[in-house]
Write a protein that binds this ligand. Sequence first.
Ligand SMILES: Cc1cc2nc3c(=O)[nH]c(=O)nc-3n(C[C@H](O)[C@H](O)[C@H](O)COP(=O)(O)O)c2cc1C
Length: 344
Amino acid sequence: MYALLKPLLFSLEPELVHDLVMKGLALTARQKPLLEIVRRYCAVPDSRLEVTAFGLHFPNPVGLAAGMDKNALALPIWSALGFGFAEVGSVTAHAQPGNPPPRMFRLPSDEAIINRMGFNNHGAGMVAQTLGRWQRSHGQPRVPLGINLGKSKITSLEDAPSDYLLSLARLWEYGDYFVVNVSSPNTPGLRELQDKARLEELLGAVMGFVKLQAHAKPLLLKIAPDLSESQLMEILELTDRHGVAGIIATNTTVSRDGLKTNIEQAGGLSGKPLKTRSLEVLRFLRAHSSLPIVSVGGISTADDVRERLELGAALVQVYTGFVYEGPLMMRAITRGLLGPAQAR
Ligand SMILES: Cc1cc2nc3c(=O)[nH]c(=O)nc-3n(C[C@H](O)[C@H](O)[C@H](O)COP(=O)(O)O)c2cc1C
């Protein structure tokens, strides 16, 4: 069905389609009988797919990457569509509109997307309210919920730690794990938070908060694919020292290597062209660290997932693959992971 619908959807402006699809998913999520129909059709529960990572239990290792459901508007739909976990955000302490549109571009011949959304989101306070409403109406999420935090645009780099802390405090009760995102290319200066001195201060502040809480929760760091090996080594030293629970690798890239499409748009590139670099970063991190790694970038099939797990990723995430494969992607991936008998 998605094959029929896709040409129509792809003829419309990408962000408009994203907003329409999110509205449809949010509506479906609110109608419990409809949600259960989606679950019966798309989710493939099987104990052979279950994994444990950083102290959490996942029904399968494939999660929704940050950026799709920034404001948790459709939260219960992600488990019904078959994802083993979902990451909402990036959420910033202050609500913000993001960059002016157009800011999302499809590159169909590359199965890629360029975006410069710029952390458009409702802000930590409002997202906390939305999560509270879902909890009251639907109970605890059926799969682990990650909350990805970014820096508000109006906050200076010097004040970044307090911006992340404000979001963390507002959202703490709702997340199963948290992500400090210092790797989006679309907030000026944000990636400088990956530099040693700034990251030292930021991780010190957020891990200080985590350690004060009655129940510790895992905090992960999301990194860019455009870092050098020496920068990666510095980051590993800091994550070890501060007790970070894992690394999400990677965010979108500023590189345009290997693109077939001739396009000059600023922003982060995701999807198939990111795959090679994302794999390289996974291999490097695996060789130099024992931390759990969530591998993301260019994944869309069961074979992609298998490759990452075999290379030592604890979990994987998908964004762009879902746009190109559609709502049955997780059914195909989970059946594919279970073997040829289930793949039909
Ligand atoms: C339109 C769009 C918006 C995104 N927004 C965020 C975000 O807010 N925070 C974040 O950490 N990553 C964000 N990402 C990056 C994804 O989470 C993911 O790291 C990246 O797209 C690579 O995975 P993929 O190739 O499966 O898309 C965004 C990606 C896209 C395409």
